[in-house]
Design a protein around this ligand. Structure first.
Ligand SMILES: [Zn+2]
Length: 333
């Protein structure tokens, strides 16, 4: 635990996801207690780490509130355990709390056929679909302790007072349905969650629950929400180290996606499946699990191009969806 701004402490917890390794959580001194922002994955080891911090670093003061930026298990995983452990409320946006509650309750052993069909129509082969089936469909529930049935809703623009200092909620989209960032106006810090990361770009994907989604447009539309914050803002991301240079990073993130959109558009030509386009976006070999996230990411880019009229989709007699450049984008080229 490391104090990065007056009263605001950086807590690092391990996560067994290659390339991520750690998640950053935030413990904020809050009068007679502590407010936690994000909680870590569900595991006994992480609960033990928390207990060590409570015993040695919290000065005998209790946790009085848990805030989660979004529903992903590395953020929400221990929220249920923490809220019950301290008998305190969970603060989240409606979209994130309800999406997480829904997914946790949607745990079934058998992968629904419409989920299989979603991946099949985008070109995932039967051998991989068999392995996907074998993994079951309840992985989210395994990553979280029971999410509280009741929550305290936070809304975009709301000012939350923590330890006598104001934090403004900024709701951003694309990575998760209603991701809350917290701008600490008095401290000059931005708890950015997974929305703005320093080294990697946030995952933005299309999934079977919303097969027509256009999350990359939502993500790019959310970047300007942060442009009005001061240049010297200390950004506190969920992965990687705290950094300054917010505006340069916003420009890099937008540029990164522009570059990928152009590469995909150039590769679409006469009609290709999302699966066939993965080598355009990912040079490294994809394993049997990461291919599904990669496909979601490719679809996020393809849907943005489709919604802006640059690509059209057709469904072939083989049932496959293929994307091709539209007459409009051919003319522009
Ligand atoms: Zn996330």
């Amino acid at each position: 635990m490391l104090e990065v701004a007056p009263g605001l402490h950086w807590v690092r917890m391990p996560i067994p996801i290659p390339g991520l390794d750690f998640i950053n959580l935030w413990a904020i001194e809050d009068g007679a207690g502590w407010t936690l922002v994000d909680t870590g994955l569900r595991s006994r080891a992480i609960q033990d780490h928390w207990e060590t911090i409570f015993a040695n670093r919290f000065g005998g003061r209790p946790v009085t509130r848990v805030i989660c930026t979004h529903f992903h298990p590395d953020h929400l995983g221990q929220a249920g355990w923490l809220c019950r452990r301290w008998n305190v409320p969970l603060w989240m946006t409606l979209g994130e709390w309800s999406f997480g509650r829904m997914l946790a309750l949607d745990a079934v052993e058998t992968v629904p056929e419409e989920v299989i069909g979603f991946y099949r129509q985008h070109g995932i082969g039967e051998d991989l679909l068999e392995k996907f089936r074998a993994r079951g469909f309840n992985n989210f529930a395994k990553g979280v302790t029971e999410i509280p049935r009741a929550f305290r809703r936070i809304c975009d623009g709301e000012r939350i007072e923590i330890g006598g200092r104001a934090f403004r909620v900024i709701v951003a989209r694309g990575h998760a349905p209603e991701h809350a960032c917290l701008y600490g106006e008095d401290l000059g810090v931005l708890i950015s969650g997974d929305q703005i990361l320093p080294r990697i770009t946030p995952h933005i994907g299309v999934y079977p629950g919303e097969p027509e989604a256009n999350p990359l447009a939502q993500y790019l539309d959310s970047l300007p929400l942060f442009e009005g914050l001061p240049e010297n803002t200390l950004v506190l991301p969920s992965h990687g180290d705290p950094f300054r240079g917010l505006h340069a990073r916003l420009a890099q993130l937008a540029h990164h996606h522009d570059h990928r959109l152009l590469a995909l558009l150039a590769a679409c030509g006469e009609g290709v499946t999302a699966r066939e386009l993965l080598p355009v976006l990912f040079r490294r070999e994809l394993d049997d699990r990461s291919i599904f996230m990669a496909l979601g990411e490719a679809l996020a880019h393809l849907h943005l191009l489709e919604c802006s009229g640059k690509l059209t989709r057709t469904r072939g007699s083989d049932g496959m969806i293929r994307f091709r450049r539209s007459a409009r984008s051919e003319a522009a080229a």
